[in-house]
Design a protein around this ligand. Structure first.
Ligand code: FAD
Length: 294
């Protein structure tokens, strides 16, 4: 499928954008520049992450609240099971609802200490399906969850991941967002395996629009995503050449959305890292046209 085919295809495309809550005034400005630039693309939703161990609890809340109050966007607030009792997590959920948030991305999460094995809090939600049930018992939130085209590092097999995804859906999840993955065939295989297991919710591929290849490689090593040799080769020797990295990153994204679109995917989730340019350009490549918000 060529770019011409993607743009002229009449299957409607939907995008969603992930942001993280800013730590400083400067980062806050950067986030809002990105939000404002991407808002006219009318995403299905935007999501705001929750720091490991709940470290961004207040900042995540403040960010989704501001999105509700100051934009036309529908925010989803991430939430993890880690390092908190059920009642503390329930308070966060009620706070989201009171702030006008109607969508939660429910996750197990990781321990606050980098590399530590996961251990459920003794008075907490032990797993994502339990967390989803807790959220849905509080209010009729839309719940999204994660999925892993290349297997979660703690999971013994893809089959285990699929069985867990099924339990998340049975608990009330209505969408699964993929970990970023540069192998479009693996994303399609996960979708097909989910369909075979009678999981009917959409699987949304996660895309990593970053020019910081070294940073992406570090993230990939932590979350079990692979970096193919051809991709490393494309960035080889470009550490001090941002302009070329930008062009390479755009070409890689353009090819990946063409491949995924040819595999039948119509929805895409962008891990924006609070930067809009590559995400904006890729959405234009998918044929999205900005709306006039005035
Ligand atoms: P799940 O898919 O629920 O489980 C992953 C694996 O852990 C499975 O193999 C499961 O069997 C195993 N497992 C589950 N419960 C236990 C248990 N009690 N003991 C041992 N093993 C268990 N992280 C953040 O900190 N904040 C975020 O905002 C955030 N957003 C994310 C958004 C997306 C779309 C994705 C893909 C990931 C995100 N992450 C985030 C990362 C995520 O928290 C980690 O990948 C984490 O290791 C797993 O969480 P999960 O919900 O994907 O786990």
């Amino acid at each position: 499928m060529s770019l011409k085919d993607v743009v002229s295809d009449d299957r409607p495309i939907k995008a969603s954008f992930e942001f993280f809550p800013p730590k400083t005034a400067e980062m806050e400005e950067q986030l809002w520049r990105a939000v404002k630039r991407l808002e006219p693309l009318a995403p299905a939703f935007v999501s705001v992450t929750y720091g490991a161990g709940g470290s961004t609890r207040d900042r995540t809340h403040a960010t989704v609240k501001r999105i509700v109050e100051e934009t036309s966007l529908r925010p989803a607030a991430h939430l993890t099971c880690v390092a908190a009792t059920r009642s503390e997590i329930d308070d966060v959920v009620r706070g989201y609802w009171q702030a006008g948030v109607r969508h939660v991305v429910a996750l197990r999460g990781d321990m606050p200490e980098a590399g530590a094995s996961y251990a459920a809090h003794p008075q907490g939600y032990a797993s994502t399906p339990e967390l989803i049930e807790g959220i849905r018992a509080i209010a009729p939130f839309i719940v999204s969850v994660s999925c892993y085209p290349e297997r979660h590092p703690d999971s013994p097999s893809l089959e285990h991941d699929i069985a867990l995804l099924k339990r998340k859906v049975e608990a009330g999840a209505s969408r699964a967002i993929g970990q970023f993955c540069f192998d479009s065939d693996a994303v399609a295989r996960l979708r097909d395996a989910a369909a075979k297991a009678a999981i009917s919710v959409p699987i949304i591929p996660g895309l990593m629009p970053s020019t910081n290849f070294k940073g992406v490689a570090r993230m990939a090593a932590r979350c079990g995503a692979s970096i193919p040799a051809w991709l490393s080769q494309l960035y080889d020797g470009l550490d001090n050449d941002l302009e070329s990295r930008r062009i390479v990153a755009s070409a890689v994204l353009a090819e990946q959305v063409q491949e995924l679109h040819a595999h039948g995917f119509d929805q895409f989730h962008f891990y924006t890292l609070n930067q809009a340019d590559l995400t904006y350009a890729t959405c234009r490549i998918l044929g999205l046209v900005p709306k006039d918000l005035s």
